[in-house]
Write a protein that binds this ligand. Structure first.
Ligand code: PLP
Length: 402
């Protein structure tokens, strides 16, 4: 274990060699040793294996899927089917024969498809749904659009805001229990918060809402960052973005299990699938599994804890979200690889520019948070397996100068 310079909690140094060999597989990272990419919650960089899979497919067997009877078309169709099974396996699907995987362009499109193509057929007049207005806009707007659509058809539903705990920004399950009624039919949740970085403890939401309510999970910030086990989570829909899980942009997944309510069937003719993106997703999931998603979680959680501690050692910075999740061995270890903060006197946009002048790529705005989110801008640092404790220490050293 290597102590950080500030004397905070130790870093998992047994993962050093493992991480170094993985980092070396990201060409964009190794080509720019002077730059530090800390915006993986927006989109992740791609390992060579994903670039190779894309190149090899386009150079050797590019064709449309499910349309031709010749080998390139057949192998493209087979690749897409293989990727569906790969996704089920990656999500720890306990009953793959009873679930479906649909490819969409990202989490936003996936959640909107559930809201548009499935929810209206499931809800009845007077039903209630609970939606997290403090999460990403992608997990709020579609449910409100569904409410409007239903109202135009004469079906009136109530949309409640998912309650949060003050301070930790975890879901407040006590307040949630008070909201749940016999008319509660659907709850939208997020696995890892894209601003506060907390694991939102979705299993506790299931305990509170009971076995009959449909739960939809936004896994945009957890897929590829921590192991997902659908056997444990007991949710009905999962959406995630391939591009945040090391695959190409324009690739996303909606996983659906028709155990509660009607089967999920996206409406309309979807046309040619994003074959290259889907093939890149298969390669990305293979790469993540062989790297070990559990170790990626350990590594990025430790990076975030190191940064949080570094910031707390500087008196001019306020870290947003849970303050208890600092030590890696804490019982309350909730924060994953994302840390968001403000300087007490420097505007977040200015801080973003200053940090880039030192080579750090971070996000500084309000982070697409939905209706009840932070009103003021902040700086978000989001990590992946290619980041190092030295990068975090350099960042803290620059922040200390400001
Ligand atoms: N949900 C969360 C939690 C996110 O962080 C994001 C993107 O940052 C999204 C949804 C939307 O993802 P996409 O832009 O890939 O559709």
């Amino acid at each position: 274990m290597t102590p950080p310079p500030s004397g905070g909690h130790p870093f998992p140094s047994q993962l050093r060699a493992w991480q170094a060999s993985l980092r070396s597989q990201f060409p964009i990272i190794t080509a720019h040793p002077d730059l530090v990419y800390l915006d993986s919650a927006a989109t992740a960089q791609k390992p060579q294996a994903v670039l190779d899979a894309v190149h090899s497919y386009l150079a050797t067997s590019n064709a449309n899927a499910s349309r031709g009877a010749y080998p390139w078309a057949n192998s493209t169709t087979a690749d897409i089917e293989r990727t569906r099974a790969r996704v089920q396996d990656f999500l720890g699907d306990p009953a793959p024969a009873r679930s479906q995987v649909h490819f969409v362009s990202g989490t936003s499109a996936g959640l909107r498809s559930v809201a548009r193509d499935w929810l209206p057929g499931y809800l009845r007049n007077g039903d209630e749904i609970i939606v997290p207005f403090g999460d990403h806009e992608a997990n709020a707007a579609p449910w409100l659009e569904a409410q409007e659509l239903l109202a135009r058809q004469g079906t009136h539903i109530t949309v409640h805001d998912m309650p949060y705990q003050r301070g930790s920004h975890d879901y407040d399950v006590v307040a949630l229990a008070a909201l749940v009624s016999p008319r509660t039919r659907f709850v939208a949740t997020t696995h890892v918060h894209h601003v506060y970085g907390g694991d939102m403890n979705v299993h506790r939401v299931r305990e509170v809402v009971g076995p009959d309510v449909v739960i939809c999970l936004d896994a945009a910030q957890s897929a590829g960052h921590l192991p997902i086990s659908l056997a444990d989570l007991d949710v009905d829909f999962v959406a995630f973005s391939g591009h945040k899980a090391l695959a190409l942009p324009g690739t996303g997944v909606i996983w659906a299990r028709g155990r509660r309510g009607p089967a999920f069937a996206p409406s309309g003719w979807s046309g040619t699938p994003n074959t290259v993106g889907i093939i890149s997703l298969q390669a990305a999931l293979d790469w993540l599994d062989s790297a070990g998603v559990g170790r990626i979680e350990q590594w990025t959680t430790a990076l975030a804890a190191r940064l949080t501690e570094g910031l707390r050692g500087l008196d001019r910075y306020d870290v947003l979200g849970c303050q208890l999740s600092l030590a890696q061995d804490s019982d309350v270890q909730q924060r994953k690889g994302i840390v968001t903060f403000r300087h007490q006197n420097i505007d977040a946009a200015d801080l973003g520019f200053i940090l880039y002048s030192h080579g750090f790529m971070v996000r500084s705005d309000t982070h697409c948070q939905a209706r009840t989110g932070e009103a003021r801008t902040s700086v978000r640092v989001s990590t992946h397996v290619y980041n190092t404790p030295e990068e975090v220490d350099r960042l803290v050293a620059v922040l200390a100068e400001l």
